[in-house]
Write a protein that binds this ligand. Structure first.
Ligand code: PMV
Length: 326
């Protein structure tokens, strides 16, 4: 009745932004990501007749009621699979700050899906597990398979699933998060997905995506950092252009975010192949090849805005673990 799972966060090279079906988190577009070796969530789930309500502890603190209710809704999906009413105790720990553009919901719902189903002895294949994780958070579907992953939009619950494009060892890329703020973002990605279609630029973004998705697939396949980096930056800016022109408008950037974008462009002009991307928060992810990691970190060390860096390579997907949190 108790199980533990460890799941990586992931960084999207082509972002998921906007839902075709908000009830079931069926995205408006395919997305492509890399699982992050340095950003993980470990979650232990136990179901029991002694529990009168679902409880959730995150990083040693009782979760907010909003977070608890969201986890509880996801547990309802898992309970539905096992046809049980048992309530659960959930304890979760992440090694990175939450809500700051490092996708904490991705690793959290991937880990909750794997641990929750195992705790109730439900056997799902990888594809079905990605569909379950997607119900918790769209990007969580991409933290189930290993390495470089694509989430297909599909047209129904069972066709919107994620799968590996390449194993982690295929290309030794780095994602270096430059943390410029540790504050929780005020507008979560769920609100952003809802607002997306109110932007006049959303339709343009969707029309550009088939070509950009193909560019990214080809760039990863050919291990071409320049082609990947250009497409990744264009996609991040496209997402933020949609967010900033939504109703209500959403500005995720801090002044330091833009200063870092300028810095990355300057480093590139000096010959360092490093590119940026941004999720729904002010912190900036720098993408480079492993051979340039030390150089990028040395450049970041000179910038006062950077509070902390978090380095990841490509990682395996979510897995069961035996180190329980209670
Ligand atoms: O899974 P969600 O609802 O937190 O959405 C993720 C949104 C982005 O992180 C901005 C993009 C992505 O594809 O990860």
């Amino acid at each position: 009745m108790k199980a533990t799972a460890v799941a990586p966060s992931n960084i999207a090279f082509i972002k998921y932004w906007g839902n075709a079906d908000p009830q079931r988190n069926i995205p408006s577009n395919n997305s492509i990501s890399m699982n992050l070796s340095g950003a993980r969530t470990r979650t232990t789930v136990a179901f029991g007749a002694a529990f009168t309500a679902d409880s959730l502890v995150i990083d040693g603190q009782p979760a907010t009621e909003t977070a608890r209710a969201r986890a509880s809704r996801h547990l309802d999906h898992i309970r539905g699979l096992a046809q049980t009413d048992l309530r659960a105790r959930v304890v979760s720990e992440s090694n990175f700050p939450m809500g700051t553009g490092i996708a904490s919901s991705a690793s959290a719902f991937a880990a909750l899906s794997v641990a929750g189903t195992a705790a109730l002895d439900i056997a799902l294949d990888e594809r079905a597990m990605t569909e379950l994780a997607r119900l918790g958070s769209g990007s969580a579907a991409r933290s189930i398979p290993s390495g470089y992953v694509e989430l297909e939009v599909g047209s129904s619950h069972t066709t919107a699933y994620a799968h590996t494009l390449h194993a982690p060892g295929y290309w030794d890329l780095r994602d270096i998060v430059a943390i410029v703020s540790r504050e929780e973002k005020s507008i979560g990605s769920s609100a952003g997905h809802t607002a997306a279609e109110t932007s006049p630029h959303f339709a343009t973004r969707l029309s550009e995506l088939p070509a950009r998705l193909e560019t990214v697939r080809r760039a990863i396949r050919g291990r071409n950092i320049e082609a990947l980096g250009e497409a990744v930056e264009a996609d991040a800016i496209s997402l933020h252009a949609v967010a900033m022109t939504s109703h209500p408008p959403i500005y995720y950037w801090a002044p330091a975010t833009l200063r870092l974008i300028h810095a990355v462009q300057a480093w590139r002009r000096e010959g360092l192949p490093v590119y940026f991307t941004l999720d729904a928060g002010p912190n900036i992810h720098l993408i480079c090849q492993a051979e340039d990691e030390a150089d990028v970190l040395a450049h970041l060390a000179d910038i006062d805005d950077v509070l902390e860096t978090l380095v990841s390579g490509p990682a395996e997907g979510a897995q069961l673990g035996d180190k329980h949190l209670f």
